[in-house]
Design a binder for this molecule. Sequence first.
Ligand code: KIV
Length: 267
Amino acid sequence: MSILKSKKTTLNNIKKRKLGEKITMITAYDALFAKLFDPYVDIILVGDSLSMSFGGDDDTLKISLEEMIYHTKAVCKGAKNSLVIFDMPFGTYKDEKTALKNALKVYQNTKAHAVKIEGGEDKAHIIKHLTSNGVAVMAHVGLLPQNVRLEGGYKVKGKSEDEEKQLLSDIKAVEEAGAFCVVIEGVKSDIATKMSKAVNIPTIGIGAGKNTDGQVLVWSDAFGFFEDFQPKFAKKYLDGAKLIKEALQTYVDEVKSGKFPSEEHSY
Ligand code: KIV
């Protein structure tokens, strides 16, 4: 069944979706794909994942605020009805002053509706500073990709009682600080369920089971374009790389054989 969105998604619509219709979010990094995704999803995330899937980096740590602004401007041109979220890059929200300065730069230079920052209890004071200065924040708890070097890899969370306790404190802290919504990444499903139940703001899961209020996927994972690595949680809805390779091979063959361009494609 195809359910195309006819109205603009607002922050308030999203807040009301706690325990309601599931929220759908996907990443996009340019106007072309944002325009394609816009009628279908509620939220488009300009994720710092772009530094891996499109920038060819090993992790998300090297992308700059200016690079993210460039991509977000493009996404905003393609996304007419979706809520657009700007993922704050590593190091751009290390303290309250830096976070506000950079988030204001994002608001002043793009049409993004909110920023996303990684962290729980430890980042609650930053979320509070941003929200009390007029910046909407989507929080991100659980597995934090920007901690990959600190933690020596991507570690699923919620495997011990201590971790469970910390995750519950984290999600409550970001709600209390004013986040309108929270991404839960890489958490054991039963713990993610408890986390989702512990707060009144909507939760959006990625590798966190089915009991969150919505789901997010990185588009190059969802459509099979990122061949280096397929995380367990990322369902492939299209074998994009295979389709592109086959089409490209046909183009190359037709150029070589003289089949392309034909009369039809000539002036
Ligand atoms: O950068 C990103 O795409 C993200 C999602 C994985 C939530 O943060």
